[in-house]
Design a protein around this ligand. Sequence first.
Ligand SMILES: *Cc1c(COP(=O)(O)O)cnc(C)c1O
Length: 384
Amino acid sequence: MSEQKHGFATRAIHDGQAPDPQTGAVNVPLYLSSTYAQEEIGRHKGYEYSRVSNPTRDALETNLASLEGGASGHVFASGMAAIMAMITMFKSGDHVICGANVYGGTPRLFNQIVTRYGIEFDYVDTSDPENVRRAIRPTTKLVHIETPTNPLMTLTDIRAVADICHDKGVELAVDNTFMSPYFQRPIELGADIVMHSTTKYLNGHSDGLGGVLIGTKPEHKENFAFVQKCTGGILSPFECWMILRGVKTLAVRMKQHDESGRRVAEFLAGHKKVAKVFYPGLPSHPGHELAQKQMTGFGGMISFETGSLENANKLLTSVKVCTLGESLGGVETLISHPATMTHAAIGAEARAQLGITDGLVRISVGIEEVEDLLYDLEQALNSI
Ligand SMILES: *Cc1c(COP(=O)(O)O)cnc(C)c1O
């Protein structure tokens, strides 16, 4: 399959997934094999041991690299394992700049584990790219951002930050989990590395964990493959097969997440019990214009303010179609409370600084009938 000629949905279904040459099976087989028979000393079919490589994993890595427009893909046991694999590129004394408002597990990993090895971190509000320029030091190696951020949906101009990074010889990594490559392709905007928790939209069915690093340079490919081989935090063939299956419907799923997301955001914005809605698709959102420039949709992630912990809890215990739970990006609507769930680990002070209040609720709009979601939220809001 030529990557240039085909559109996104075609690549999602075909890239890395040519019919099996032996049997004609249209799906990539699930290769549950730890090892591979060799013909003679030093002669084999390209596979020796599954920590190093596995045909099902290869298919997924090829597919995801194509969807992001990158040169290589490497999958890991979870999104956090992928971020950790990326960080192993650096050594003691190196400096990394991270967005101030990212997935809670990311600063936990950096501050509580990685700093033990002498790598230094600074957290800056990347919604103003000039903050990135000011934070860059001679030892800075990487800027790691999320856009839109979790959970406040703040946008960062990827191209502007990439230009600043490249000016200073620094690489830019973007955690693209919230948008998926269907709505945002950071590499086309100048990013050097794209990371995903495949647990979310890429797999899409809330039934498996995974993470991926998409690289653009030969040294990324070499580095990330070496980390897979040396540290072993690889994605199992079964999970790879699940994600290959999930990604085939990514385009149609994302279209529906976006369509329903817009409806739910408008509904919430017009509801008297909702003080504020954070969704880049709303014209009132400070990043609305940038969203239209660097994304091709707004997606299904929305946060909104209910006013208090008590109100949030009333809402969260009254929903019947929406499921109270962590995570996002599945076909089912998930609703959560960032202050006590995804962002509990960063502490009350950091939450206050970012504006993550006790009344804030986050919703990952699924692909159920949107009328059912609106009815469910209406009855739950009326309980406040
Ligand atoms: C979930 C998530 C992660 C972590 O991924 P896991 O698969 O849970 O390890 C990282 N970044 C973002 C934006 C996420 O939503």
